[in-house]
Design a protein around this ligand. Structure first.
Ligand SMILES: *[C@@H]1O[C@H](CO)[C@@H](O)[C@H](O)[C@H]1NC(C)=O
Ligand SMILES: *[C@@H]1O[C@H](CO)[C@@H](O)[C@H](O)[C@H]1NC(C)=O
Ligand SMILES: *[C@@H]1O[C@H](CO)[C@@H](O)[C@H](O)[C@H]1NC(C)=O
Ligand SMILES: *[C@@H]1O[C@H](CO)[C@@H](O)[C@H](O)[C@H]1NC(C)=O
Ligand SMILES: *[C@@H]1O[C@H](CO)[C@@H](O)[C@H](O)[C@H]1NC(C)=O
Ligand SMILES: *[C@@H]1O[C@H](CO)[C@@H](O)[C@H](O)[C@H]1NC(C)=O
Length: 488
């Protein structure tokens, strides 16, 4: 979707537990999980890498050697790239085979990039557009990175708006038959590339003719075309309304001839919820409401036994976008809770990977704002609560009924005064915490004189403190995220 920053340094920490696993391809599905050949769960932790813009060359090759970019992707913890491509790459042989990378950039008067590619990727400069695309896929493969080939649009260029000529099936620039043929060709050409694990059939169907009937008529044709050409691939389907709406699958069956390959994808940006809307509402109320919407429009597929990839999300990472910041905390909590496969637009993060299908019991109190987890502070004489990396934290458990928060056999003993650190102890001193607000992400307790306080984080040292509960409802002027703790 429309995001102009490539390699925007958007630091976003997911619970980072990264066991080394050798994935054996191809991938398939087992109820809501994506699994490898041995039936082990493979959690896709992808970054979107755009290659669909005017030059029709993967972005960034004029800045860094391809191999460095691939290695950087790996070092940041991604195991997969959602690589975008324009349909013309398969349907216009002149573009694909008779234009070199150099010519493509020169045609757009991007001479500096020609020099940059000559410097950093001289081998690519004289390749045809398609050969250059193959190089990217193959280099990612050499670095152990899985690839989802995402047909992003028809003609190389910016995406996406309602008025695009290729916004939906039947639009002037989106002939469903040409599209299915192009998908088939792409699937076939990469049949030997084991790291190509799936194809995303069409990014963000949208526009005024955006109704489910056409979706149901043509999506199966694309799906069958891909599967026939390359039965190893996961077949990944976008919803309507810019891939924010798959709700029509609630009561209608998607009929294809194959099984164990079908995956759905969903996009969620802060602007999907209305421009600037997060800043205008109370975060607890709004987060709870939007999660209900997202669940209704796509999240429900998990319960129906289909994998769902949150294949585009992300925000301005400099912190100035209040709506984006609030949305992100809500999204991260939801994605972690449901253990989703995901692809960030467009870069950076960390991930956790699971050995076998099944939500594992995690025993974590996750703090979405920081991506850290609640743990104890071992250096203290009288132990206090603080945030730390999730994998290394002592298991913490919270039973909503008894209301006690346990960390490594010690319980939380909340202070009587706002601003003080939260201590850990043993015995009868355990505080009773409640989960309050519409999101239930505030952990609250009453002091001896009846004051309601919430657990909060002192950002100076990441210690957990008790503070007056922030904007529990209605108030849109403040952001409660520092007080959000997701019990996982
Ligand atoms: C390919 O490019 C050459 C010149 O570089 C041109 O003569 C030829 O007609 C082109 N072929 C196609 C199919 O576009
Ligand atoms: C095919 O690609 C070439 C090179 O980019 C372009 O000049 C031509 O207009 C394209 N043809 C069609 C039918 O889009
Ligand atoms: C690319 O091709 C041009 C001729 O079109 C040639 O002068 C140049 O040396 C080639 N560059 C590389 C790196 O092969
Ligand atoms: C794929 O592998 C088959 C058999 O190993 C070979 O015949 C074919 O040429 C390969 N195709 C591509 C596109 O590399
Ligand atoms: C999602 O699409 C359905 C049509 O299948 C439509 O009725 C519904 O209003 C849409 N939901 C939203 C939130 O736009
Ligand atoms: C699915 O499609 C096949 C043929 O394409 C048909 O025989 C079958 O009845 C369909 N199933 C459903 C549930 O629509």
């Amino acid at each position: 979707m429309a995001r102009s920053i490539f390699f925007c340094l958007f630091f976003f920490l997911f619970i980072s537990w990264i066991p080394k696993l050798t994935t054996s391809y191809p991938l398939s599905t087992k109820s809501r999980w994506i699994v490898d050949e041995k039936g082990q769960r493979v959690k896709l932790a992808c970054v979107n890498w755009p290659a669909h813009l005017q030059p029709a060359v993967a972005e960034g090759l004029s800045k860094q050697p391809l191999d460095s970019i691939s290695k950087k992707i790996v070092s940041m913890g991604f195991n997969c790239v959602r690589l975008t491509w324009p349909l013309d790459l398969m349907t216009n042989d002149t573009l694909a085979h008779n234009v070199t990378v150099k010519q493509s950039f020169e045609g757009l008067k991007l001479f500096e990039d020609v020099l940059g590619i000559q410097t950093h990727n001289p081998k690519i400069l004289n390749l045809s557009i398609f050969r250059a695309f193959q190089e990217v896929v193959s280099n990612l493969g050499q670095n152990g990175v899985m690839v989802i080939l995402d047909n992003h649009l028809t003609t190389p260029g910016w995406c996406c708006s309602d008025n695009d000529l290729d916004a939906f099936f039947g639009y002037p620039n989106f002939d469903p038959l040409v599209w299915a043929k192009g998908l088939s060709k792409m699937a076939f050409l990469f049949r030997n590339a084991t790291n190509v694990v799936g194809m995303s059939l069409r990014n963000e169907p949208r526009g005024t003719r955006d109704y489910p009937d056409l979706w149901f008529r043509f999506m199966p044709k694309g799906a069958e075309a891909v599967h026939a050409a390359n039965p190893k691939l996961l077949v990944i389907l976008s919803g309507i309304d810019y891939d924010t709406n798959l709700s029509f699958l609630r009561d209608r069956f998607f009929n294809v001839s194959f099984t164990e390959k079908l995956v759905f994808e969903l996009h969620w940006y802060s602007f999907s919820d209305g421009g600037g809307a997060w800043a205008k509402h109370n975060s607890n109320d709004f987060c709870a409401k939007i999660i209900e919407k997202v669940t209704h429009n796509g999240g429900f597929l998990i319960e129906r036994g289909f994998p769902l990839i949150l294949s585009e999300f992300g925000t301005e990472e400099s912190g100035v976008d209040v709506s984006g910041n609030r949305y992100m905390n809500c999204l991260v909590a939801w994605a972690a809770e449901n253990d989703l496969d995901w692809a960030v637009w467009a870069l950076t993060g960390d991930y956790y990977l699971r050995n076998g299908p099944g939500l594992q019991h995690k025993n974590l109190i996750f703090h979405p704002l920081t991506g850290l987890c609640v743990t104890n502070n071992p250096s203290d004489n009288s132990p206090t609560l603080r945030l730390g990396p999730c994998p290394k934290s002592e298991p913490s458990t919270f039973n909503p009924k008894e209301g006690n928060l346990w960390i490594n056999k010690m319980c939380v003993q909340a202070p009587n005064v706002a601003g003080q650190k939260v201590k850990l102890g043993v015995g009868s001193m355990c505080s009773k915490l409640g989960q309050i607000s519409a999101t239930k992400m505030h952990l609250s307790f009453k002091t001896s004189n009846g004051l309601l306080l919430c657990l909060d984080v002192d950002e100076r040292d990441n210690s957990v403190v008790a503070n007056p509960c922030k904007c529990l409802t209605k108030d849109a002027s403040c952001d409660p995220a520092s007080q959000w703790f997701k019990v996982l």
